[in-house]
Write a protein that binds this ligand. Structure first.
Ligand code: SF4
Ligand code: SF4
Ligand code: SF4
Length: 325
């Protein structure tokens, strides 16, 4: 049996007609709720000095192959061993880099931005994974990955609106890699490495509800006034005083694609910092709604069965001694 291009186009067109006629705005399933005890991060770019301590310690405490430091002949080391070493300087998230600091400087504005998994409230990666290798923890809300379940289809990569999961192309038995909010450290009573080793309080950890309140309060602060910024955790005893910068009036992650457990503040608009402009509704709820409509009415299975049966009929004509069209 074979499916030629014409069959494929027929299937696509048929599906498109069905989608256009059956799925109307507002018909998709509602987005999911964040667990009440969800944990996450608040990154305040106005406090970030671009030291990359968070990147270095992310690699170190997640035993990333290829630590932050390389020797010139390509050997990698996780500890500083002498001046012959050079820094690993990835340009973007990779299967060996779960967290990256990027810099923006243009038109008199400058800012850093810290990129890693957003731990979405309604994650596209979880919705798209056919074998539940990507899952959202019901209590903490952390989006986790199980390499033992993963079949390497990479649907999660396609479905992530933030382009986060990365595939280990160079490995014999590749996995997807992304930040899992240092859940191994949380299990030991520690906080995520990127927050513990951030020297300025730019990255702090805590319950998302507390982080949200802290972010909203910072937006109400008067520019130029002094504020004692917590370091490490949102309720941390250690605080650093600093003059308040001019914030953009937006908490990134609060509403994007149904909300995220990674919230951000900055003094530069987030689109300039490379963050995609996204709708409030999660893509996962939209696609699940479409699937629901199609499968509820058994439309998609019938169309697919019809096309496949047609393809099978034509490709076996010669065996049945019939003349092809
Ligand atoms: S940012 Fe991407 S990988 Fe992370 S939870 Fe959201 S959809 Fe999944
Ligand atoms: S929580 Fe852990 S894995 Fe995620 S970015 Fe921070 S250090 Fe890296
Ligand atoms: S450790 Fe803190 S200050 Fe340094 S780059 Fe990371 S977020 Fe910015």
């Amino acid at each position: 049996m074979s499916i030629n291009r014409r069959d494929f186009l027929k299937l696509t067109a048929a599906s498109g007609i069905l989608l256009a006629s059956d799925v109307k705005p507002g018909q998709a399933a509602t987005g999911k709720e964040m667990p009440p005890q969800a944990v996450g991060f608040l990154y305040d770019a106005t406090l970030c000095i671009g030291c990359k301590s968070c990147m270095y310690n992310c690699k170190k405490y997640n035993t990333m192959p290829g630590g932050a430091l390389y020797t010139e002949d390509g050997r990698n080391m996780n500890e500083w061993n002498g001046p012959e070493q050079i820094w690993d300087a990835p340009r973007d998230l990779t299967a060996k880099t779960l967290n990256i600091i990027k810099a923006y400087a243009e038109e008199g504005e400058q800012s850093f931005i810290k990129r890693h998994c957003m731990h979405c409230v309604d994650p596209g990666c979880v919705s798209a994974c056919p074998v539940s290798a990507m899952q959202k923890d019901g209590k903490t809300g952390i989006v986790t990955y199980d390499a033992d379940k993963c079949i390497g289809c990479r649907y999660c990569q396609v479905a992530c609106p933030f382009n986060v999961p990365k595939f280990e192309w160079e490995e014999a038995f590749p996995q997807l890699r992304k930040c899992e909010l240092c859940r191994h450290r949380l299990a030991e009573g520690d906080i995520p490495a990127c927050c513990e080793f951030c020297p300025t309080g730019a990255s702090i950890f805590g319950p998302v509800e507390e982080l949200r309140k802290e972010a909203e309060m910072r937006l109400r602060l008067r520019t130029g006034s002094e504020y004692e910024y917590p370091v490490g955790t949102v309720d941390g005893a250690f605080k650093l005083p600093k003059k308040v910068d001019q914030y953009v009036n937006h908490i990134h992650g609060l509403e994007e694609v149904g909300g995220c457990q990674y919230l951000m503040l900055a003094s530069v608009p987030f689109d300039k910092l490379g963050m995609p402009t996204l709708p409030k509704k999660s893509y996962a709820s939209t696609s699940e709604g479409i699937q629901h409509v199609l499968y509820n009415k058994m439309i998609a299975p019938i169309v697919v069965f019809g096309v496949l049966a047609g393809a099978a009929f034509r490709s076996t004509k010669s065996e049945r001694g019939e003349r092809d069209e």
